[in-house]
Design a protein around this ligand. Structure first.
Ligand SMILES: C[S@@+](CC[C@H](N)C(=O)[O-])C[C@H]1O[C@@H](n2cnc3c(N)ncnc32)[C@H](O)[C@@H]1O
Length: 103
């Protein structure tokens, strides 16, 4: 079943019903919001579940961030690499996909 919830993502996540869990999450909204969406959704991801972030290379600019968007993605890549709650890998395909598997 697919449910469309059209609202700011932080609001949608905050309003999820208690006990709702996810096997798979794809994050592809405003880049400055990614870290917040990650923290909101991670408690609801099942053990072994996957969170995938799009655009994590920001067209290569994460190696030399040019703006707040690039800095946010660079900071999140660094955070995920050290985050003991997940195993993560940044794949250099398309615009960069970061795959995080919850431990
Ligand atoms: C790159 S598109 C996503 C494309 C989608 N993943 C797909 O494959 O069709 C980004 C989307 O995020 C939405 N968006 C941007 N900021 C948002 C926010 N704060 N909350 C919810 N959606 C947001 C935009 O309206 C846009 O539809």
């Amino acid at each position: 079943m697919i449910q469309l919830r059209l609202a700011p993502a932080s609001q949608t996540l905050a309003e999820l019903e208690p006990g709702r869990t996810f096997d798979f999450v794809f994050i592809d909204a405003d880049k400055e919001g990614y870290d917040g969406y990650y923290e909101q959704v991670l408690p609801r991801v099942v053990r072994g579940g996957l969170i995938v972030f799009d655009n994590m290379l920001s067209h290569g600019r994460v190696v030399d961030p040019q703006n707040d968007r690039d800095r946010a993605l660079d900071a999140l890549n660094r955070k995920l690499a050290r985050d003991s709650r997940v195993e993560s890998v940044l794949l250099p395909i398309a615009d960069g996909l970061n795959f995080c598997r919850k431990k």
